[in-house]
Each structure stands twice: as C-alpha cells, then as structure tokens.
Design a protein around this ligand. Structure first.
Ligand code: ZN
Length: 106
C-alpha cells in the first residue's frame, strides 16, 4: 500500500468522500488471499500471528463489502456483492469470528 495507508485499516465505511479520495490517489483494498493459501506471506503470518491474520482478513472484507466502496470501485456492484458474499460465507465456515460479523457487513 502506498504511503503506509491501507484502505482496509481505517473505519470509514460508507464515507464516499474519503473512499473516493483514496481511490483517486491509487489506493486499493488488498483482496485477502484464499483461506488455505500457502504462499510464503500467508505461511509466515499464520505461523507468527494467526489472530492478526484473521483480523486483517475480516477488516479487508468489511472494506470490500461496504456499499460506498462497491459503488465507487466496481463496474457491476450487484454481481460483485453476490460474489463477495459467497466468498465470505466460505471463509466464515473456517474463520468462526466471521459468522459474528456477517450480519454487520451485509
Ligand atoms: Zn497467500
């Protein structure tokens, strides 16, 4: 992420102005890697701080699923919403804390 700011790290969901400003400056939400990803970064994060990895994943999905972000970043927000919801439901089967927050993000 540029300038040390991540779209995932700030709670500005549904703040169109802030999201539009960040997107116009080239910031993006880093889409979480698949739940069983075995890349070096995921392996390292899983072995060093799996809770932090899970929270990072949860925050990323919260940002990705916010209506303002969808509207501003997707050419087809309806399809993107359904695809993201399906992905989040699969993750929730593994990462139980997602089930608690699912209602908050839909
Ligand atoms: Zn990975």
């Amino acid at each position: 992420m540029q300038n040390g700011v991540t779209v995932n790290s700030v709670d500005y969901r549904n703040n169109h102005e802030i999201i539009q400003l960040l997107l116009s400056r080239g910031h993006v939400v880093n889409h979480p890697h698949p739940i069983y990803c075995e890349c070096d970064d995921c392996e390292r994060r899983q072995n060093t701080d799996s809770l932090k990895r899970s929270l990072s994943r949860l925050n990323a999905y919260k940002a990705l699923s916010s209506p303002a972000f969808m509207a501003l970043s997707s050419a087809d927000p309806i399809t993107t919403t359904f695809e993201l919801r399906q992905e989040m439901m699969m993750v929730a089967e593994v990462e139980k804390e997602f089930k608690v927050s699912e209602g908050q993000t839909s």
